[in-house]
Design a binder for this molecule. Structure first.
Ligand code: ADP
Ligand code: MG
Length: 240
């Protein structure tokens, strides 16, 4: 569904992504791990063109996406993203957060957007919070609203950038189980996380990024049991 070939990204002189080759198939869950600063967020941001790559190719469904030619809004509709810090609109209710994309970007009629928004909010366990403002929600609830908001655009792929890292430990589970349910329903997902239980249980493949390079890829259980690369072993030693 998404394929990346020889992707390179620089910030000034800093070479952040180095010849990254990577792909995710339909309904697959890829878990991306790596130390802080290894380029995980930059890779996700390149995939939905929040950052522009310098060289290399990005294909979605076999079509190469060229940032100069393509309608980037369309790509961003197909590729949803959930951030560590939720990024909800604070002055909008939960329902307004969830429906603003469909209404403003996709020109969905408000009544339809709200009907679908209700379904999505029920699905993430927030059927009683439509009219609440984000400041009244816990971190776990905010993140579930952020997931519902992203799903409201009916994306083909969802990117998650450390969705539980900002949460109190007791709130991590509710967000992970929402993501697990989404995976079960067949959503294609790329997930940056340090939750190795989630990786093992839900991940179809694990990608280890070190200093902007993909060092190791494989099934999570294989990599946990028997990492091929010394650097992977060291990294797993610091987080497991
Ligand atoms: P990770 O998500 O794995 O922690 P990032 O992709 O955020 O890593 O960052 C990779 C490297 O790129 C880091 O050295 C970071 O400081 C740098 N970087 C990230 N974003 C920018 C930016 N907008 N401008 C300059 N440097 C950046
Ligand atoms: Mg990051």
């Amino acid at each position: 569904m998404i394929r990346v070939e020889k992707l390179n990204k620089f910030f000034g002189d800093l070479h952040v992504l180095k010849d990254v080759d990577f792909s995710v198939n339909e309904s697959e869950v890829v878990v991306l791990i790596g130390a802080s600063g290894s380029g995980k967020s930059t890779l996700l941001r390149c995939l939905n063109f929040l950052e522009m790559k310098d060289t290399g190719s990005i294909f979605i469904d076999q079509n190469e996406i060229d940032e100069r030619k393509e309608n980037l809004n369309l790509v961003r509709q197909r590729v949803g993203m959930v951030f560590q810090h939720f990024n909800l609109f604070p002055h909008m209710t939960v329902m307004e957060n969830v429906t603003s994309g469909p209404i403003n970007v996709k020109k969905t009629p408000k009544s339809k957007a709200e009907r679908e928004g209700k379904e999505l909010l029920k699905k993430v366990g927030l059927g009683d919070k439509y009219d609440v403002f984000p400041s009244r929600l816990s971190g776990g609830q905010k993140q579930r609203v952020a997931i519902a908001r992203s799903l409201a655009m009916k994306p083909d792929v969802m990117l998650f950038d450390e969705p539980t890292s900002a949460l109190d430990p007791e709130l991590v589970g509710e967000v992970l189980s929402t993501m697990k349910q989404l995976a079960k329903e067949g959503m294609t997902m790329i997930v940056v996380t340090h939750e190795m239980g989630f990786a093992r249980e839900v991940g179809d493949s694990l990608v280890y990024l070190h200093d902007g390079r993909i060092v190791e890829t494989g099934q999570p259980k294989d990599i946990f049991k028997n990492p091929r690369e010394e650097r992977t072993k060291e990294f797993l030693g610091t987080i497991l």
